[in-house]
Ligand binder design. Structure first.
Ligand code: GLU
Length: 291
């Protein structure tokens, strides 16, 4: 076994579907191609979006596809103390913000890379008059400060540079409903689980600079990153429960596995069994991406 540790980190908002299978497969193949471990982490920190039974159904679907994880799956909802501790360590970089979404949208200082309105900085130097704290934000570096630009070295797309102040803005670590933000939880967990390689969908490439910045502030190692293309529907939206993705048909795993491998650009012969499929897919992945 090498020192490679990878992970699949689904949000249990619905069952595994053709899109999430691609992310699961890419992370699994990369771990296996490196003779590494493959962990599963259930990202249920956002209780509002969590659907009862979805995590269990995802785990069953992974098992039906022959994707066996190492160790016990980790559940973010049981780890909130760790996020609180990391947040406390960041106290010189965070501030309470009393702005509503509407106020931020109306301020029109700019649009972030993900299409949301950039935070105008209203509460950056103290809660604005008459406001009550809603969220807690992380202050990103201003012009000419250290880490103003973060470079992501991605194994699929190459180098991507993000300028935090103009492309992201001060971002939320603790939401108005008290829930820890994905960006904080993912950084804490990847480090706590010793993850060396993050393999996930391209939709999260935009989050990576924020995660690297948090790793630096918390003095945590930065893993290697590989962002694979995401499956989209007929009108170009990422497949998800919200965009009408159908649950994977676990009674015919080979069909689903073949389509996912094809989407990832692996040309594989028909496999007679799930074991055969993985043998071929791991060999093909190794040739293409594991060097
Ligand atoms: N939980 C996230 C999702 O399902 C993935 C997080 C990650 O891989 O970093 O979109």
């Amino acid at each position: 076994m090498s020192d490679y540790i990878g992970r699949f980190a689904p949000s249990p908002t619905g069952p595994l579907h053709a899109g999430s299978l691609v992310a699961a497969m890419a992370s699994y193949l990369d771990a296996k191609a490196h003779h590494g471990q493959w962990l599963v982490r259930i990202e249920d920190v956002d209780e509002v979006r969590t659907v009862t039974g979805a995590a269990e159904s995802i785990l069953l679907a992974l098992a039906a596809c022959g994707m066996q994880w190492d160790g016990e799956p980790v559940w973010q909802s049981r780890r909130t103390d760790l996020y609180a501790a990391a947040f406390a360590r960041l106290h010189t970089h965070t501030y309470a913000c009393g702005c509503t979404r509407r106020e931020i949208a109306d301020s029109r200082v700019g649009i972030a890379a993900d299409g949301a309105a950039l935070y105008p900085g209203t509460c950056r130097n103290g809660l604005a008059r008459g406001k009550i704290p809603r969220t807690f934000r992380l202050r990103v570096p201003a012009a000419n400060e250290l880490d103003e630009c973060i470079c992501v070295e991605d194994r699929w797309v190459g180098t991507v540079t993000q300028h935090l102040a103009t492309e992201v803005g001060d971002f939320v670590l603790k939401r108005a409903d008290g829930i820890w933000a994905y960006q904080l939880a993912v950084v804490v967990d990847d480090a706590a689980q010793g993850v060396t390689d993050v393999v996930r969908g391209m939709d999260l490439l935009d989050s990576t600079a924020r995660q690297i910045y948090l790793q630096r502030l918390l003095q945590l190692p930065t893993p290697h990153y590989l962002h694979v293309p995401v499956v989209v529907n007929a009108i170009g939206e990422k497949l998800s429960k919200q965009t009408g993705a159908m649950a994977l048909n676990v009674s015919r795993p080979l069909t689903a596995l073949h389509s996912a491998a094809q989407f990832l650009g692996l040309a594989l012969p028909e496999a007679g069994s799930i074991d055969d499929f993985w043998r071929q897919a791991i060999a093909a992945w190794r040739l293409r991406l594991a060097g």
